[in-house]
Design a protein around this ligand. Structure first.
Ligand code: RRO
Length: 315
């Protein structure tokens, strides 16, 4: 049946035929994996966060699936910026799909170095600056230090003229929602992406009486069912505080069309799927598109705009 329901969305000037994307880090580290995403029903792809040089990442085991999601401490294994930038230059806009180039330097200097390279390149798509990797021993998440966020954005926007998004950690207190929004509203940020994994959780195996991943004594980032309410809260709270020109990508706990519907109700323009994409692979984009379309059909919505951000509160 030909549906007249549209899952199209937009971020800045960038149009997506489908609001579903992969989340950075999951099945997106090689050009083969990225090609597969671009060949699927997803609206585009996001590359594994890149560092200036290739990295092997942390020691294994570094990721463990659980009944509620997963814990990871990958430690930024990636092929280096040049590899992903080349892919992004070659594929951005192909077949109407967007490539989002994710970068995660280990210092402000590394982030600035990478942004300079992207500025000088022919890549004309969206860049996502990851300020929230929880898994590098000895490095805290920049997104929790609002003055450091201000410093990196001040340096970045002094020369970076292409559209820039930010991947942020989950915030848990209204002071944090207010504090980060105050900083972001001072800069021409194109979008934010909330949330990265909930950092430094601990999964325990009572059988073996052990942690389940090796790096950092077993502490790692949580994804999946554990994080959905926190993700929805971050999308909602930041939508209520950011300038309307700053779009929001909702990431966290999405494994069904219902989950996407909830993220859009909270204000998400696009959504990204991490843990569940890791479990299911690219068929998840078609399944979730069908599930969301069925929900919209039942409710009489033809476009995402009709319900985006319209979450009701109880009087
Ligand atoms: O590679 C990782 O350990 C990792 C990164 Br860069 C990130 O942003 N979020 C995460 O859960 N893992």
């Amino acid at each position: 049946m030909q549906s007249n329901i549209s899952l199209a969305s937009q971020i800045g000037d960038y149009k997506f035929d489908n609001l579903l994307l992969n989340a950075a880090g999951i099945r997106c580290a090689t050009t083969e994996e990225l090609d597969k995403i671009l060949d699927s029903d997803a609206g585009g792809c996001v590359t594994k966060s890149a560092t200036p040089e290739p990295r092997k990442g942390n020691e294994s085991p570094r990721m463990k699936a659980t009944s509620m999601g997963c814990i990871n401490s990958m430690g930024l294994p990636n092929h280096g910026l040049d590899y992903y930038l080349k892919f992004a230059e070659a594929n951005q806009g192909k077949n109407g799909k967007q490539v989002i180039l994710s970068i995660a330097g280990l210092s402000i200097d590394q982030n600035i170095e990478m942004l300079k390279k992207i500025q000088a390149s022919s890549f004309a798509g969206l860049t996502e600056l990851n300020l929230s990797c929880p898994n590098i021993a000895g490095k805290s998440q920049v997104g929790y230090d609002f003055e450091a966020v201000r410093d990196v954005l001040t340096s970045a926007f002094s020369f970076f003229k292409k559209p820039l998004g930010l991947k942020l950690p989950p915030y848990f207190d209204f002071n944090q929602f207010d504090g980060i929004a105050e900083v972001l509203n001072d800069f021409p940020v194109t979008y934010i992406n909330v949330i990265n994994s909930i950092g430094n959780g601990l999964v325990v195996d009572p059988e073996t009486e052990s942690v389940v991943i090796k790096p950092k004594g077993g502490f790692g980032g949580l994804g999946g069912d554990y994080v959905k309410p926190t993700a929805l809260a971050n999308v909602r709270a930041l939508r209520q505080r950011l300038r309307p020109e700053i779009s929001i990508i909702g990431t966290g706990g999405i494994k069904s069309g219902k989950d996407v519907f909830e993220h859009v109700l909270c204000g998400a323009n696009l959504v990204q799927i991490g843990t569940a994409f890791g479990f299911d692979g690219t068929p998840i984009f078609e399944r979730i598109s069908k599930e969301l379309t069925a929900i919209m059909e039942k409710k009489g919505y033809k476009t995402l705009d009709e319900f985006r951000g319209k979450l009701k509160t109880i009087e």
